[in-house]
Design a protein around this ligand. Structure first.
Ligand code: PEP
Ligand code: MN
Length: 353
């Protein structure tokens, strides 16, 4: 059997070498890699000459797999590893947002600000308060992906300018969402980091455009995504030319209604093993409530999070969206003080950097 295995392996390697050469030749001619009629002709030829004892349906299954794999080999031109996967024992990736380091063993950062940019004064008041605590990453939506088309959709371009002014006034960097590939250039002109929202994690045109944006990306996990799908979304951005990606766990939809979503902290620990990319946790959209942000912040940091995101508003009761989860100034002060107090004790509790 060992001899036959060796012959099969030799044959398969010869096959994939030919597949690679054909892939390169097709690339040179601009032809697609997959050719259904050629594959079905090859399969018919094999079936008509199968001497047995291998049954035809098994032959069909095995060669289908070989044909599919050969297209994979052509498509990936010899690249067998995801760009976003961690080489065992390899270092974490540091992503620079303006002059702020995220990941790669840097102390956890805080990303905070209102859900949406609603006006200059509110943004300025919130940014000033956060900057006073040493928070260096200001968030806020100028383009808001709302579930209802009748809900506040954000201020758009004027909101971006407000974000830029407030951040510049306080030495902060801007993190804000881009909802469509057509807006990437505009948002990249104002922001230091481009956010992909949970509803857009599967928007492959947007992910590809972000590969060419020249700005780091904060990729939020879809509330429906498995970890694999999340990593494949990151791979889209990476393979389109941008490996400065920060993953954001923001809760997934489960049957539980006590929190807005279910914060998947196991995913944080597992993502830290699976990829060198920094991972941050959005406490606001995962929980949808404020009374447990402190323990969940501690848990997120213990799980290895490189940063925490939360929504902060100078007066949440009048906010145009997410009133129940935005922290008021007093709550913001308390959470930041709590998180800062934890940081010196994190070392031993955390796994991979
Ligand atoms: C946000 O962070 O502003 C936001 C809309 O979050 P999510 O996409 O996770 O719902
Ligand atoms: Mn929000």
């Amino acid at each position: 059997m060992s001899r036959v295995n060796a012959e099969i392996m030799e044959g398969l390697n010869a096959y994939f070498q030919v597949a690679r050469d054909i892939g390169a030749a097709k690339d040179a001619l601009g032809l697609p890699h997959y050719d259904a009629s050629r594959e079905s002709a090859m399969l018919d030829e094999l079936l008509s000459t199968n001497p047995g004892p291998m049954p035809d349906d098994l032959l069909r299954r095995i060669f289908n797999e070989i044909f599919r794999s050969s297209v994979d080999v052509m498509d990936r031109a010899g690249q067998t590893r995801m760009r976003v996967s961690r080489v065992a024992g390899g270092p974490g990736r540091t992503v620079m947002v303006g002059n702020v380091r995220l990941g790669g063993g840097a102390p956890p950062e805080i990303i905070a600000g209102p859900c949406a940019v609603e006006g200059e004064d509110m943004l300025e008041a919130t940014a000033a308060r956060l900057a006073g605590h040493g928070v260096r990453l200001l968030r806020g939506g100028a383009f808001k992906p709302r579930t209802s088309p009748y809900s506040f959709q954000g201020l758009g371009a004027p909101g971006l300018s407000m974000l830029r002014r407030a951040a510049d006034a306080h030495g902060m960097a801007v993190v804000t969402e881009v909802v469509s590939d057509g807006d990437v250039e505009l948002v990249a002109r104002h922001a230091d980091m481009l956010q992909v929202g949970t509803r857009n994690m599967y928007n492959y045109a947007l992910l590809k455009a972000l590969g060419r944006a020249g700005r780091p990306v904060l990729l939020k996990r879809s509330f429906m995504a498995t970890m694999d799908e999340f990593l494949w979304a990151a791979e889209y951005i990476a393979t389109s030319g941008n490996e400065d990606i920060v993953l954001c766990e923001r809760g997934i939809r489960t049957f539980e209604r006590a929190t807005r979503n279910t914060l998947d902290l196991a995913a944080v620990a597992l993502l830290k093993q699976a990829t060198p990319l920094p991972v941050v946790v959005d406490l606001s959209h995962s929980l949808g409530r404020k009374d447990i942000v402190a323990p969940m912040a501690a848990a997120a940091l213990a799980a290895g999070a490189d940063g925490l995101m939360f929504e902060a508003h100078y007066r949440p009761s009048v906010a145009l969206c997410d009133c129940d989860q935005q922290l008021d100034p007093g709550e913001t002060d308390a959470l930041i003080a709590y998180v800062r107090g934890l940081i010196p004790f994190l070392g031993a509790a955390r796994g991979a950097a």
